[in-house]
Design a protein around this ligand. Structure first.
Ligand SMILES: NC(=O)c1ccc[n+]([C@@H]2O[C@H](COP(=O)([O-])OP(=O)(O)OC[C@H]3O[C@@H](n4cnc5c(N)ncnc54)[C@H](O)[C@@H]3O)[C@@H](O)[C@H]2O)c1
Length: 274
């Protein structure tokens, strides 16, 4: 799918009220796309919609919680009343809980599975069938993480959900190929987005850990605007797995070439929770 020029292409992005979702929406708008955006955070969503309109693009924005099947049904109905099908579907909404397994609470598992896994499933269920029916192909992008192919013991449940997104993506990629719909997993490393502030942190010293994590995100964090360029490029090339940022690339190749060494490196990151 050619994405340099997105004139009149419909690009749908979940979680577009902040971070990489917002940056990707704005980049797609600069390339001429019609944007369909949603987020559960109304204020953030409205800000993104305003920025898109100020570029002169058409945008349809709806406050939606991706975990809510009925809200997602209503959103899909509203989108399909306006557009036959979307051209590029980006399931980006996600949340983080920074906690090793032994500090992770049952509700952390439930919430992360609901948003990071079921939220992506809900997006795929509601928008892919119409892409197939239209018969003009398209592209699906699911946002996983470097923690989706690499053990990240400071965020075990998060990592598990992102492994699941990667698994879903690789399966869908095969299933949708006959319909000429490409499917890509985006796997960012550490990006400097508000997620570092909004994530729940659990451990023996949550305040200290949160401060260390935030400072690490600020120091090492990759700009979401640069990540947005990688998202559209990976979608254009129909990459199966697209690591984003130097740390994600390093861990991707280390994990492939020397898995024991990758696990040794992963073990060194637990100092954030010492
Ligand atoms: N920031 C990082 O270091 C990093 C690294 C790897 C992967 N990711 C992934 O990238 C994606 C974007 O994250 P970001 O860093 O831009 O974070 P962010 O917090 O800036 O943006 C996430 C957006 O998703 C929205 N959202 C959360 N739950 C939702 C729900 N239930 N329904 C609708 N919207 C919801 C939030 O309101 C927010 O606007 C996420 O899937 C995240 O897991 C981030």
């Amino acid at each position: 799918m050619k994405l340099k020029n997105l004139n009149n292409r419909v690009v749908l992005i979940t979680g577009a009220g902040s971070g990489m979702g917002r940056a990707t929406a704005l980049l797609a708008a600069q390339r001429g796309a019609i944007l369909v955006i949603c987020d559960r955070d109304e204020a953030g969503l409205n800000e993104t919609a305003r920025a898109i309109r100020s570029l002169g693009n058409e945008v349809f924005a709806q406050t939606v919680d991706v975990t809510d099947p009925e809200a997602m049904d209503a959103f899909a109905d509203a989108v399909h009343a306006r557009f036959e099908a979307v051209d590029l579907l980006i399931n980006n909404a996600g949340i983080g809980v920074l906690a090793p397994f032994l500090h992770t609470k049952p509700e952390d598992w439930d919430r992360q599975i609901a948003v990071n896994v079921k939220g992506v499933v809900h997006g795929c269920e509601r928008f892919i069938p119409r892409m197939i029916e239209r018969g003009a192909g398209g592209q699906v992008v699911n946002v996983s993480s470097g923690a989706g192919y690499f053990p990240s013991t400071v965020m075990t449940a998060y990592s598990v959900t992102k492994f699941a997104v990667l698994g879903l993506t690789l399966n869908l990629r095969i299933e949708l190929r006959p319909h000429k719909i490409g499917v890509t997993a985006i796997c960012p490393g550490v990006m400097n987005t508000p997620i570092a502030r909004t994530s729940i942190v659990r451990g023996s010293d949550p305040d200290g850990q949160a401060a260390r994590v935030r400072s690490m995100y600020e120091r090492r964090g990759y700009p979401p605007e640069r990540a947005a360029q990688k998202v559209l490029r990976a979608a254009e090339r129909n990459r199966a797995i697209a690591p984003v940022g130097p740390d994600a690339h390093a861990m991707y190749w280390l994990n492939r070439l020397a898995p024991p060494l990758a696990r040794w490196v992963s073990a060194r990151t637990t100092h954030l929770f010492d």
